[in-house]
Design a protein. Structure first.
Length: 435
C-alpha cells in the first residue's frame, strides 16, 4: 500500500476492529492470569485492547504520511513500556519484595501493537493466528516452567541431539529415489529415524509433565496417527531398560496399533469408496477387538500404578539414536524387497506383495491395492483387493507383536502379543469369510 493511497473507509474500520479484538483477547488472558494469582494488574483487558488499536491506527496513518509514522508510534510505546517497567522494579525494591520481575507482559504489549499494524495492512488471518499462539504461550506459563525444572543435563543434551538430526541433517539429505527399482530415499529414511527418536522423546517429556501412566499412552496414541510400528519399536526398547513402565508402554503400543485401523480405512475410502464400503465388516471387527484390548490392558495397568519417583530415576536415556538407525536400515531393505515383488506385476502374487508391504506399513499396500481395484477394465477384483489390504493389516499387527516381544520387556511383550494376536485372528476370520 503506497503513500497517499489509504484503504477504503469500510475496510479500515474492519481492520481496526480486528486489531482491537486481538488486543482484547490477549489482554483477557493477561488480566485473568494475574488476577487469579492475587497480583496487581498493571495492564489488562483495556490496555492491551488500546495497544492493538494503536498499532492499527499507526499503520493506517503510515499509509498516508509514510512509514515513519508507524516507527514513531512504536518507539513511543516502547519508551512508555520501558518507563513502566523501571518504575515497577523500583517499587518492588522499595517494598523489599523477593523475586525478580519478568518482562513477559511488556513484550506481549509490543507484540500486540505489531499485530494490530499487521491486521491494518490486510494480513488479518496471519495476525489472528499469531494472537491465538501468543495467548496460548502466555497461558502455558506453569507447565512450561514445570518442564524446565524437571529437565536435567542429560535431557538438555538429548534435546540438542534431536534438534541436530531434525534441523541440520534432514534438510541436506536428497529427497530423490535411487538404486534398484528406485527403492531407496535418504530423506524419507532419515524421516523415519526422526520419527522413532521423536516418539521416544515425546513420551519421556509427557511422562515428566503428567506422569508415566498418562503421558506414555497419550504419546502412543499420537504417534500411532503417523506410524504405529515406530511407536512399537521405541516403546518396546524403553520397556527393556525401564521395566516398571512395561504396562503403560504396552498400553501405548496397543493404542497406536488401534489407530492403524481407522487410518487405513480413511486412506482406502479417499481413493476407492466402493472398496472401503466392501471392507467395512473387517474394519469394524478389528477396531472392536482393538478397543477390547485397550480396556483389558488399561485395567491391568491400573492394578499396578507407577510410582512417580521410580519411573523418573529408571528412565535415564530418553534419546536413543542407535536403535532408530538399525530400524531405518531394516526399513530400507524391506522396501527394496517390496518394490522387487511389485515389479513382477503378477496378480497371483498380490497376497505376497501385501504381506511384504505389511512388514513395513499397512498404508503402502492399502494405497496400491485401492488404486489397482479402481483402474477400470482388467483391474484387480474388489474382493482380492479387500483381502490384500486386510492381509497387510494382519501381517503388520503380527510384526508389531514380534517387535514388542523381541525388543521389549517380558511383560510388555506378553501384553502386546496377546492383543495383536486377537486382532489378527478376528481380522483373518472376517476378511476371508465375509469379504
Amino acid at each position: 500500500m503506497g503513500v497517499g493511497s489509504p484503504i477504503e473507509y469500510q475496510d479500515a474500520l474492519q481492520r481496526l476492529f480486528a486489531a482491537l479484538c486481538m488486543g482484547l483477547f490477549i489482554g483477557l488472558e493477561r488480566e485473568f492470569s494475574q488476577s487469579a494469582k492475587g497480583e496487581e494488574v498493571p495492564a489488562g483487558l483495556r490496555t492491551y485492547g488500546l495497544i492493538g488499536l494503536l498499532g492499527g491506527v499507526s499503520a493506517y496513518l503510515s499509509m498516508s504520511l509514510g512509514p515513519w509514522a508507524l516507527g514513531v508510534a512504536f518507539l513511543g510505546l516502547s519508551a512508555v513500556t520501558v518507563t513502566a517497567y523501571i518504575e515497577a522494579r523500583e517499587l518492588r525494591s522499595q517494598q523489599h519484595e523477593t523475586g525478580g520481575i519478568g518482562v513477559t507482559s511488556e513484550v506481549a504489549g509490543l507484540l500486540v501493537f505489531a499485530l494490530g499494524a499487521l491486521a491494518m495492512e490486510g494480513h488479518t488471518k496471519v495476525a489472528g493466528t499469531c494472537a491465538v499462539l501468543v495467548a496460548v504461550v502466555l497461558s502455558a506459563k506453569k507447565p512450561l516452567h514445570d518442564l524446565v525444572k524437571a529437565l536435567g543435563q542429560q535431557d538438555m543434551v538429548a534435546t540438542m541431539k534431536f534438534a541436530v538430526i531434525t534441523f541440520i541433517i534432514l534438510p541436506i539429505l536428497p529427497n530423490t529415489p535411487f538404486g534398484p527399482y528406485d527403492a531407496f530415499n535418504a530423506h524419507k529414511t532419515w524421516m523415519l529415524v526422526i520419527l522413532i527418536s521423536g516418539i521416544s522423546f515425546l513420551g519421556y517429556v509427557l511422562s515428566k509433565l503428567i506422569g508415566a501412566d498418562k503421558g506414555i499412552p497419550l504419546s502412543g496414541f499420537v504417534g500411532g496417527l503417523v506410524s504405529s510400528t515406530a511407536v512399537t519399536v521405541s516403546s518396546a526398547k524403553r520397556s527393556k531398560t525401564a521395566e516398571a513402565l512395561s504396562e503403560p508402554l504396552a498400553l501405548g503400543i496397543v493404542l497406536a496399533c488401534a489407530v492403524m485401523v481407522p487410518r487405513v480405512a480413511l486412506v482406502v475410502g479417499a481413493i476407492n469408496g466402493p472398496l472401503a464400503l466392501h471392507m467395512w465388516p473387517t474394519y469394524v471387527a478389528m477396531l472392536l477387538a482393538s478397543v477390547v484390548n485397550i480396556y483389558v490392558v488399561y485395567r491391568i495397568m491400573k492394578r499396578h500404578p507407577v510410582v512417580e519417583g521410580e519411573h523418573q530415576t529408571e528412565q535415564t536415556n530418553p534419546f536413543e539414536l542407535q536403535p532408530a538407525l538399525k530400524f531405518a536400515l531394516v526399513f530400507a531393505v524391506i522396501t527394496f524387497l517390496v518394490r522387487a515383488a511389485q515389479s513382477a506385476g503378477a496378480t497371483g502374487g498380490i497376497y505376497a506383495v501385501s504381506a511384504l508391504s505389511g512388514l513395513i506399513d499397512a498404508d503402502a499396500a492399502a494405497v496400491s491395492l485401492a488404486e489397482q481395484a479402481k483402474a477400470g477394465a482388467g483391474s484387480l477384483p474388489i474382493h482380492v483387493a479387500a483381502q490384500g489390504v486386510a492381509l497387510a493389516m494382519i501381517v503388520n499387527s503380527l510384526v508389531k507383536a514380534f517387535l514388542a516381544w523381541s525388543l521389549g520387556s517380558r511383560l510388555t511383550g506378553k501384553l502386546v502379543i496377546t492383543a495383536m494376536v486377537v486382532v489378527a485372528v478376528v481380522g483373518t476370520v472376517i476378511a476371508f469369510s465375509l469379504t
